[in-house]
Ligand binder design. Structure first.
Ligand code: ZN
Ligand code: ZN
Ligand code: ZN
Length: 145
């Protein structure tokens, strides 16, 4: 067994809470959140498939969810802007690969194209919190909410 880190304040030692302007040093991208585990699960979304962190347009940092953003940042969350859908905006917590918003939104099977980790299909329901949808998305004929 490994030793519990001295700053472990949650019941599980591999959880870290990071607030702005600090970022979580375990990740290659700027990332913050509440009780974040090494695969970007958080205090709010903690299922095996909750391994996605999303980048916000306001501060360009990644957060496991919008509640993490609101807890870690001191401003209102702004979804990732449409004109930057070809920039990296989604982090797979399982393998550390970043996807562009377009790649993530086009993935019909809700899985990481790099490592195959399953993503939470329920995230589709609140994509508008994370991505500026505004109109029709290229190639997405869903039409649902
Ligand atoms: Zn922000
Ligand atoms: Zn969260
Ligand atoms: Zn992956």
């Amino acid at each position: 067994m490994t030793a519990t880190p001295p700053d472990g304040d949650a019941s599980t030692p591999d959880r870290e809470t990071t607030t702005a302007p600090d970022t979580d040093s375990r990740f290659d991208v700027p990332l913050r959140g509440v009780a974040v585990d090494p695969e970007t699960r958080c205090a709010h979304w903690d299922a095996p498939v909750d391994v996605v962190a999303l980048r916000f347009g306001c501060c360009e940092a990644y957060y496991p969810c919008d509640a993490c953003h609101d807890a870690a940042a001191d401003h209102e969350a702004v979804p990732w802007p449409r004109e930057r859908f070809d920039d990296p905006a989604v982090l797979c917590g399982a393998c550390g690969t970043t996807l562009t918003a377009r790649e993530y939104l086009a993935a019909d099977d809700d899985a990481c194209p790099a490592c195959g980790a399953a993503f939470n299909p329920g995230c589709r329901k609140h994509r508008d919190r994370y991505f500026e949808m505004g109109g029709t998305v290229d190639g997405d004929g869903d039409g649902d909410l």
